[in-house]
Design a protein. Structure first.
Length: 395
């Protein structure tokens, strides 16, 4: 693929007297299937606005460093995809253009999705589709144990204990020392009134105590300290755990085993009747700064096409994700019941950067460090979170 330079010095760049015929796009969809699916959609949207879209994909860990380098050298692509927690950092540099300048807004999008694309009150990015986490459970195992699907923390403790037996745990999460571990813990933290701006609170300690209790009681394996979300899925697929926290991207693999009878419910909440507050996943598309206004206009029109209802449904079908427009999400959930619990959760989901902005990574590091300390027994949840607050505060 051609390099995504977007430097404005080629034929068709949109300089004076020339027509824009090609724009560049940069993303991290290096998986062959995903790269092709997004490439096809970019091509189709490009055709609707009369341009060819040159797509370049780099590994996820390389994207932000590459964008920061391109911003400093003024070689940004015309269309840029970012993982939504990274938007704040890139927007802070001044590398992105507000979308309202192109007549694009977030009307009809869930509040959390709009917040994920917003920096200092201005909309810089929109996600065509999003994800979150929910409780995936083995229907046969719960039925055999005579259990209802757990809706509250107390019910989760009871069910996890009842479902645990030699060779099988009742519950599994990803509690590893990465942002993935933080991501999985957030529904428990947020739904109990915990706040990443102040981690050393009783509400946060109660959430972490729940996870520690599940491990200490033997209802959850100590190996969760090292598991990724893919590992958690593998444990569930192998019938070595009856329940897990995971995302809709696991649905295709779950559907490959016709003997695995599973379903999805919202993440259990502290008290009956609450709505879980889960983290919002997904990538936002942005229009970087560029000396060529015609190129920016074309890129913005492609971005608008990516966020059209038709594109959202295409992506949701391909990736088992949730369309970002609430009305389209409802339609998709009705047609795809396995995604319904995720769709309901997205309506109340929160962007990870909503409250801390560019300071979020520091808090996220403090959280997953606290999880490790509490689940190993090195510290109590209160002690671990006190240390996490000091980390988040930069002390």
């Amino acid at each position: 693929m051609p390099a995504a330079t977007g430097c404005g010095h080629r034929t068709g760049s949109g300089s004076a007297g020339s027509e824009v015929t090609t724009i560049t796009a940069l993303d991290y969809y290096t998986d062959q299937t995903e790269h092709t699916q997004w490439g096809d959609l970019l091509t189709a949207c490009g055709q609707t606005v009369g341009v060819r879209v040159e797509q370049t994909s780099v590994p996820g860990a390389s994207l932000v460093p590459k964008v920061l380098q391109q911003a400093s050298s003024r070689t940004l692509p015309d269309l840029l995809m970012l993982d939504n927690p990274d938007l704040q950092q890139i927007a802070q540099t001044g590398a992105l253009t507000p979308l309202d300048g192109y007549g694009i807004d977030a009307d009809g999008f869930a509040p959390g999705i709009a917040a994920a694309g917003t920096y200092q009150g201005k909309l810089y990015g929109l996600a065509p589709n999003v994800s979150t986490v929910a409780l995936v459970y083995n229907k046969d195992m719960l039925a055999e144990a005579g259990l209802d699907v757990p809706r509250t923390w107390d019910e989760l403790r009871t069910a996890a204990a009842a479902l645990t037996r030699p060779g099988r745990y009742g519950m599994a999460v990803d509690a590893n020392a990465t942002f993935e571990g933080t991501w999985q813990f957030l529904p428990f933290l947020w739904s109990n009134g915990g706040d990443e701006r102040q981690l050393d609170t009783p509400q946060a300690a109660q959430a972490l105590q729940l996870w520690a209790d599940l491990v200490n009681s033997g209802s959850m394996s100590k190996s969760v300290l090292n598991w990724t979300q893919a590992d958690v899925h593998d444990q569930f697929a192998a019938r070595r755990t009856a329940m897990m926290i995971n995302g809709p991207w696991r649905i295709p693999a779950l559907e490959q085993d016709p003997d695995l009878h599973w379903a999805v419910a919202p993440v259990p909440v502290p008290r009956p009747g609450q709505t879980p507050i889960t983290p919002l996943g997904g990538e936002v598309w942005t229009v970087p700064q560029n000396p060529s206004k015609p190129r920016q206009e074309k890129a913005a029109r492609v971005l608008a096409c990516l966020n059209s209802p038709a594109s959202m449904l295409t992506l949701a079908q391909q990736h088992h994700t949730v369309p970002s427009r609430s009305s389209v999400a409802a339609q998709h959930a009705e047609e795809n019941p396995s995604t319904a619990a995720f769709t309901r959760s997205v309506a109340a989901a929160r962007a990870r950067t909503e409250r801390l902005g560019v300071e979020w990574p520091r808090a996220a590091t403090g959280i997953h460090t606290a999880i490790q300390a509490a689940l190993t027994g090195e510290q109590t949840p209160e002690e671990a979170l006190r240390h996490a607050q000091q980390t988040a505060a930069g002390r």
